[in-house]
Design a protein around this ligand. Structure first.
Ligand SMILES: Nc1ncnc2c1ncn2[C@@H]1O[C@@H]2COP(=O)(O)O[C@H]2[C@H]1O
Length: 435
């Protein structure tokens, strides 16, 4: 009954309609074309008989459905993309199996927030990449601090998000809920391997040098060159940071989940940038809820794991070290004078303030027009209260995406320029010392 109310017909009802000669009489021409082509699909593909030209028959039905503006369900997209993968005799497949398939897709389409109001193609691409997995009572699906490689959607069962002690239950998840998205979208606890952020690692490199060595090392020490470049590049490699699980999740009883790998998710997101913005916006909101903190704190958490944004509360912020500009120094001009470092390099305390670096000052700094947009949005979000905050979080994400693209371009260009300069210097050293 529920299905009928929702306009969903099962096999016996469809067969009844196919026999009903009056049914087609109440249709317009395009509708009757669509109906007839559907009947052809039932008779030549979905039942016991698969006609040699079944692909043409299915394609014809899809075209006719599109003509009448029918909202193609995910199942029809599935049909189109995987026509060649259906077994020869679909009639052998029971109603129960069909029902199960229908239910699986229904969970995705209707109950999973991230899949609602997304482009049909995006949803279809994701659904096709989902794998079903089963967990037993007490199984941990993920543990806090691990690198996240998958996200999960609960199809059936009950799970608990637990705190550090494994006892405090932060949330209970049931069918339709999803989890594990924070780390695969790189919004979790920042850090790769050692757990140190790129900005921490700038400081680590700095601390290995005597102040007087800064200028000399920057020009002649290939290790420093390479390390700085690798950290700089990591700043724009936004799949490498913030990838740690923010909590542990365990199965209460048996649970039946769908798993989506990070790689698959990112492969699809590459093709659907609007969906990426939307997913990240939802993740920011969810993080905000988890942390029960005001927006700017959440933005800070994200920024710590966001390439290009660096904490600046250390006693000697890296931008004050006055490294020479790329154009004047690295690209062949005379090195700019460096101010001697009067204070030792120290580890910056936790982020209180955020600053975006401008491209002109150092090869490690980001392009600025979009950066200033992001930072002004951020500061307005901080000042204007929580109602405006939600709107701004979206703007911040959009600005950040733009800025990251520009930053990637800048770092790649600078990387290439520095490599040229490096080879040049190596050649000069070889010439001088006869290596
Ligand atoms: N307080 C919370 N309430 C509900 N879900 C949470 C909470 N904290 C973390 N999670 C989820 O648990 C997941 C653990 O892995 P991730 O950090 O990738 O993504 C996390 C969220 O999806």
């Amino acid at each position: 009954m529920e299905k009928l109310k929702g306009g969903i017909f099962d096999g016996p009802q469809i067969r009844q309609l196919m026999k009903d000669t009056d049914f087609i009489k109440v249709m317009t021409v395009p509708e009757s074309d669509a109906w007839k082509s559907f009947v052809l699909v039932v008779e030549n593909f979905l039942g016991n008989h698969k006609a040699p030209n079944y692909e043409e028959i299915v394609q014809n039905m899809l075209t006719n459905f599109q003509t009448i503006g029918a909202n193609m369900s995910i199942k029809l997209h599935y049909l189109r993309n995987h026509l060649d993968k259906f077994p020869d005799n679909l009639g052998n497949y029971s109603e129960e199996q069909g029902e199960r398939f229908h239910q699986d897709l229904k969970v995705m389409e209707e109950r999973v927030e991230i899949f609602q109001n997304t482009e049909a193609g995006f949803l279809c691409e994701l659904v096709l990449r989902l794998r079903p997995v089963l967990f037993s009572p007490g199984d941990y699906i993920c543990r806090k601090g691990e690198v996240g490689k998958e996200m999960y959607i609960v199809n059936r069962g009950k799970l608990q998000v637990v705190g550090d002690n494994g006892k405090t239950v932060l949330a209970t998840l049931k069918a339709g809920c999803y989890f594990g998205e924070i780390s695969i979208l790189n919004m979790g606890t920042a850090g790769r391997g050692s757990g140190r952020t790129p900005s921490n690692r700038f400081w680590d490199i700095g601390r290995t040098l005597e102040p007087a060595d800064w200028r000399f090392s920057f020009y002649t020490n290939t290790r420093i060159h390479h390390e700085l470049l690798s950290v700089g590049t990591e700043c724009v490699d936004d799949t490498s940071t913030g990838n740690r699980r923010t909590a542990s999740v365990r199965s209460v009883g048996y649970s039946d989940l769908f798993v989506l790998s990070k790689k698959d998710m990112w492969d699809v997101l590459k093709e659907y940038p609007a969906a990426r913005v939307r997913l990240e916006a939802i993740a920011v909101k969810r993080l905000e809820k988890y942390k029960k903190a005001p927006l700017e704190k959440v933005a800070m958490g994200r920024c710590q794991s966001t390439p290009g944004l660096v904490e600046t509360t250390g006693r000697v912020p890296i931008e004050e070290m006055e490294l020479p500009t790329v154009s004047a120094g690295v690209l062949g001009g005379a090195p700019l004078p460096l101010q001697p470092l009067t204070q030792p390099l120290t580890q910056p305390p936790p982020c209180k303030d955020l600053q975006l670096y401008g491209a002109s000052a150092s090869p490690l700094r980001a392009a600025s027009p979009v950066a200033s947009c992001a930072s002004s949005v951020r500061s307005s979000a901080a000042g204007a209260g929580s109602a405006r905050g939600h709107l701004d979080s979206h703007e911040v994400l959009e600005c950040e995406l733009k800025r990251l693209r520009e930053r990637l371009h800048t770092v790649e260009t600078e990387n290439a320029a520095m490599s040229v300069k490096l080879s040049q210097q190596q050649w000069e050293v070889d010439q001088r010392y006869g290596a």
